[in-house]
Design a protein around this ligand. Structure first.
Ligand SMILES: [Zn+2]
Ligand SMILES: [Zn+2]
Length: 277
């Protein structure tokens, strides 16, 4: 019993310890100060994490049946992306980055002054709570936004339909989006940490985690380490829940968690979808 108490006490002290992340923060500040202060840094961080984190799932898609061990976790095993669908998504993603993300980044770089780096790092508890708080806030905003874009036909056809070209999603479909949707998502991802008054380290961590969970939602595989399997009680939706949205677009509007769909009666699980086939 003593051992359990001591262990629990150790983790609580670690989470609350203000100086745990300080060496990492000091090292980042001293070695990469000019890069981190640049208004371009968050853009470079999110764009590079997107392509790096897509890569393992892309390899799984390309290897296909040659990797049966991996394919046993494919949510819709009979529907794999073809070379032309992968290339189409790469084309849309590059188009959006060249004609939207790049000009917006250059404008930020030209007009926004470099940010100040605080001396103190956040505690681990502050960082984790900040990341979860940002995910919850984004989940709520996108639920409303997404629902409206499905219920109002003009919004759906004009902006959101491109994302529903594929009823069996795959990692590269994550940013196969219309420009308006990409701008909205980017706006909330940038604004929310400011609303929640997060430390810069927390903000950057949220941005990378958000890129990862968005890719995971679309990856088309329900691996044993999927976020939805690691978080208990069906709190988190994950890949199988978002896969259902791509098969039955009037369900599962929340991107990450399950509660809004359950509260508003738009929740559907994967067994429901397979039963409808
Ligand atoms: Zn989607
Ligand atoms: Zn949708």
């Amino acid at each position: 019993m003593d051992l359990v108490d001591t262990s629990a006490d150790f983790w609580i002290r670690c989470l609350r310890n203000d100086s745990l992340l300080q060496p990492l923060w000091d090292s980042l500040r001293h070695n990469y100060r000019d890069y981190l202060r640049s208004p371009l840094f968050p853009v470079v961080l999110t764009v590079s994490s997107y392509f790096v984190l897509c890569l393992p799932f892309l390899v799984c898609d390309i290897m296909g049946e040659r990797w049966p061990l991996v394919q046993q976790f494919k949510i819709q095993p009979s529907r794999r992306p073809t070379a032309s669908t992968l290339l189409h998504c790469v084309g849309v993603t590059l188009y959006n980055h060249v004609f939207l993300v790049l000009p917006a980044s250059v404008a930020q770089w030209a007009w926004r002054p470099p940010v100040d780096l605080p001396d103190w790092a956040p505690s681990l508890l502050e960082l984790i709570a900040g990341v979860i708080g940002n995910l919850l806030l984004f989940d709520f905003q996108y639920y409303i936004w997404h629902l409206l874009h499905h219920r109002i036909r003009w919004l759906y056809v004009t902006f959101h339909a491109i994302h529903h070209n594929y009823s069996a999603p795959f990692a590269l479909a994550t940013q196969c989006l219309g420009g308006w949707e990409l701008v909205t998502v980017g706006f909330w991802t940038t604004l929310n940490p400011v609303i929640l008054r997060c430390h810069l380290l927390t903000t950057w961590m949220f941005m990378v985690v958000h890129v990862y969970v968005s890719i995971e939602d679309h990856c088309g595989y329900d691996f044993p380490w999927s976020t939805s399997r690691l978080i208990p009680f069906g709190i988190y939706g994950g890949p199988s829940k978002h896969d259902v949205h791509h098969q039955k677009p009037n369900t599962n509007f929340a991107p990450h968690f399950s509660h809004w769909d359950k509260i508003f009666g738009t929740h559907a699980d994967f067994s429901f979808c397979t039963a409808m086939k």
